[in-house]
Write a protein that binds this ligand. Structure first.
Ligand code: AMP
Ligand code: MG
Length: 358
């Protein structure tokens, strides 16, 4: 009895307070500045302490990736690139090796249109800098031609255990076209490991989803390549990612000409025809690399490249505003404004080897 009297009142008060207090927020949000961009992480339906601990761990992971994969801030990747330029090999960090292996496979499947070995060309066009919009004269065409003739590619790498070198010293690795997607995959794996079932991470240009947003799937916008609005919205199933590559993100504008940060490895020049490409895939690294590769492929080759990458959901926008979509993507997108010009094409059947665009 004494126990009841002693605890009775406080217990009732506590219950009463709980009844009046707002329910704990379902969505825990955290913003992290990493990869030169703002990364937004949303965790749905987890107890706040668990969500916070998971978000803190994700932030630590992302900072390690930033340090280990950065193409120009001094770190493991710049050291590897310096060793390659000097004709030496280098022992890579454990976080770099999986990115190298995944990227090499994606380079092959994209017929070399996604080629992280062209870092010297990217740097020559002035994109190894934190300054995302610039006004600099384009490089000397002779220097561009010289680099293209050396055909830098990840195929030149010699990987033995954790030691990496290159047969071709012109290779300079730059994972800017795949790193965010691969990071999204690692973040989802980490969240699952920490018992988080529902989350969305926006890595600037790409999003990866886990589980659902309550009763409905995660629904995200695809940025319009012209202007600040959105082109449309898509839903993402658990584990899926959507990535958009575009020339609006980073560019150089000189004497009225806009030079994209996406370089065609065949010409060494910034792409012109396609202003943005969006890809949904069950894997972030694939969605990210494929979006870049499809910008390079252009309206002529995009379907063959999508097929060889194993992509079924893709959408491209050209300079005239024409949209090119696969039938699967058309079903997924809810357009903000009805598109004026739309081309829907099926993926072609597999063709025998030999039709490589590069
Ligand atoms: P994204 O925004 O994913 O298309 O990535 C573009 C970034 O990837 C550029 O800023 C470059 O650092 C790098 N890049 C440019 N062109 C290519 C290419 N053809 N293949 C691989 N990486 C590229
Ligand atoms: Mg990309």
């Amino acid at each position: 009895m004494a126990v009841v009297r002693r605890f009775g009142l406080p217990l009732l008060l506590a219950l009463g307070l709980a009844a009046c207090a707002p329910p704990p927020p379902q969505l825990y949000q955290e913003r992290i500045f990493v990869f030169g961009t703002l990364v937004d992480l949303g965790i749905w339906g987890a107890p706040p302490e668990r969500a916070k601990a998971a978000a803190d761990q994700v932030a630590r992971d992302l900072h390690v990736m930033h340090r280990d994969w950065h193409p120009w801030e001094p770190g493991p990747l710049t050291e590897l690139n310096a060793a390659i330029a000097a004709g030496q090999d280098y022992r890579v960090t454990p976080s770099l090796l999986p990115l190298i292996r995944v990227s090499l496979d994606l380079e092959r499947r994209s017929h070399g249109l996604f080629d992280p070995g062209i870092g010297r060309l990217v740097a020559l066009w002035g994109f190894h800098s934190d300054d995302i919009h610039k006004t600099k004269p384009p490089p000397d065409p002779g220097l561009v031609a010289e680099l293209v003739a050396k055909r830098p590619s990840m195929e030149d790498l010699i990987i033995e255990g954790d030691r990496v070198g290159s047969r071709n010293p012109a290779v300079k690795l730059d994972f800017g076209a795949v790193a965010k997607g691969f990071a999204g995959d690692l973040v989802l794996a980490r969240l699952r490991e920490l018992g988080i079932e529902h989350a969305l991470i926006n890595l600037g240009g790409g999003l990866s989803a886990l589980g659902r947003h309550g009763e409905r799937p995660w629904r995200v916008g695809i940025r319009h390549p012209q202007g600040a609005g959105i082109l449309g919205a898509v839903t993402l199933e658990s584990g899926e990612a959507v990535h958009t590559s575009g020339n609006y993100e980073r560019y150089n504008e000189y004497e009225g000409i806009k030079y994209s940060h996406i370089i065609d490895p065949r010409t060494g020049r910034p792409v012109t025809e396609i202003v943005s490409a969006s890809v949904i895939a069950a894997n972030g690294a694939l969605a990210d690399a494929a979006a870049t590769a499809l910008v390079v492929a252009g309206s002529r080759d995009w379907l063959e490249i999508a097929r060889d990458l194993g992509i079924e959901l893709a959408m491209l926008v050209d300079e005239q505003g024409t949209l090119y979509l696969t039938p699967g993507m058309l079903e997924r997108v809810e357009f903000d404004q009805p598109p004026k010009s739309l081309v829907v094409k099926n993926l072609p059947g597999a063709t025998p080897a030999g039709g490589s665009p590069r």
